[in-house]
Design a protein around this ligand. Structure first.
Ligand code: SF4
Length: 347
């Protein structure tokens, strides 16, 4: 079991469930836009938010954001140790630094002491793109090099009495990232922050993240996840929620199963399934509710027999079923509204 750390009220490692993180894409100096985005992320299911602190002008806004944020805020710092120190002072619940670019060892030690005083964790985030030259080698894989680099930093932190650590070893290559996390998981007990860095746009980034993060989670590796997409961060959170559901780590929320359609389909099932996805997303049941949307009455309910509630279409009608048993007959255009009502009753 990994060591337990806390980012604000959210536990990571130990027996805590895998948490979802995202990062704001607004200008940190624009407090209103940033807080609006944080609220949207909270509504989507995000539990920890990271905010970049690119310059000194962002420090005062950061303090206001931390004060008003409904979830813990991690300050993301690159290059400037002073920004890290000031973010800790501003009340950040954790900071993320890349020790390779933050400056001299003395500066890092100053940050460690400040974080220790406030009892906040630091993520050592190593990305392949920022590995220092001294670790480069043609004899070892890039995954091994990333792990060697992160362990070097962990040792430095420990030598300076800092143990409130979270680790990430990311690359934009899925296989390389998975290999690096497998190695680091064996090598130390600190909780792991999973992600595929620069994963890409919504479609390709979702596939890469689902494979990379998903396969590690299935192996029991990982304590908190961040899906990185070139898109609205709310999409990142939606994808993260789906990954956790798919690997069985979230037993709450709506899970839609729908058939791929075939020549037996007599309605525009694709549009109906999309409509259902949109409507049902507004419901936030505390338990898992499986909803099926199937193209025919013959095979639909059978194929979706584990669904709590569903609809199967045949010619001019939709047949609502519960646990595989037909309970109502309805017109297709009214079916999704009815389905939503029934799911609401169950939630
Ligand atoms: Fe075809 Fe019916 Fe299966 Fe959908 S549920 S793919 S319509 S057989």
């Amino acid at each position: 079991m990994k060591k337990e750390i806390f980012i604000g009220s959210v536990g990571i490692g130990g027996n805590h469930p895998v948490s979802i993180q995202s990062m704001t894409s607004t200008d940190t100096r624009d407090v209103t836009s940033t807080l609006n985005q944080i609220q949207a992320l909270t509504n989507a299911g995000c539990e920890i938010v990271r905010v970049a602190v690119p310059d000194r002008e962002s420090l005062q806004p950061l303090a206001t954001i931390i004060e008003s944020s409904p979830m813990p805020v991690v300050a993301d710092i690159q290059f400037d140790a002073l920004l890290a120190l000031k973010s800790i002072e501003a009340g950040a619940h954790a900071i993320r630094i890349n020790p390779g670019n933050i400056g001299s060892k003395n500066k890092v030690i100053e940050i460690l002491n400040a974080a220790n005083q406030k009892k906040i964790p630091i993520r050592i985030g190593v990305n392949w793109g920022s590995i220092e030259k001294k670790f480069w080698s043609s004899h070892r894989s890039r995954a091994e090099i990333m792990v060697e680099s992160v362990l070097d930093k962990v040792k430095f932190f420990e030598d300076h009495h800092f143990f409130n650590i979270k680790i990430s070893v990311k690359s934009s290559d899925v296989k390389e990232t998975v290999n690096a996390y497998r190695l680091i998981d064996k090598a130390c007990d600190y909780p792991l922050h999973l992600g595929i860095t620069e994963a890409g746009t919504l479609f390709s980034g979702t596939v890469k993240s689902a494979i990379g993060i998903g396969s590690l989670l299935l192996d029991g590796i990982g304590n908190t996840i961040r899906v990185s997409l070139t898109d609205d961060p709310v999409e990142e959170v939606k994808v993260a929620c789906e990954i956790l559901k798919a690997v069985g780590l979230r037993q709450q929320g709506i899970e839609i199963i729908s058939c791929p359609t075939c020549s037996r389909t007599t309605v525009d099932l694709i549009s109906l399934a999309k409509e259902a996805e949109k409507k049902l997303a507004e419901l936030k049941p505390l338990k898992k509710v499986v909803v099926a949307i199937m193209g025919c009455e013959v095979n639909g309910p059978g194929e979706a027999k584990d669904a709590d509630i569903g609809v199967a279409f045949s010619q001019k009608y939709g047949y609502i079923f519960k646990k595989g048993k037909k309970i109502e007959k309805i017109k297709p255009e009214q079916s999704i509204k009815r389905l939503t009502e029934l799911v609401k009753e169950l939630s």
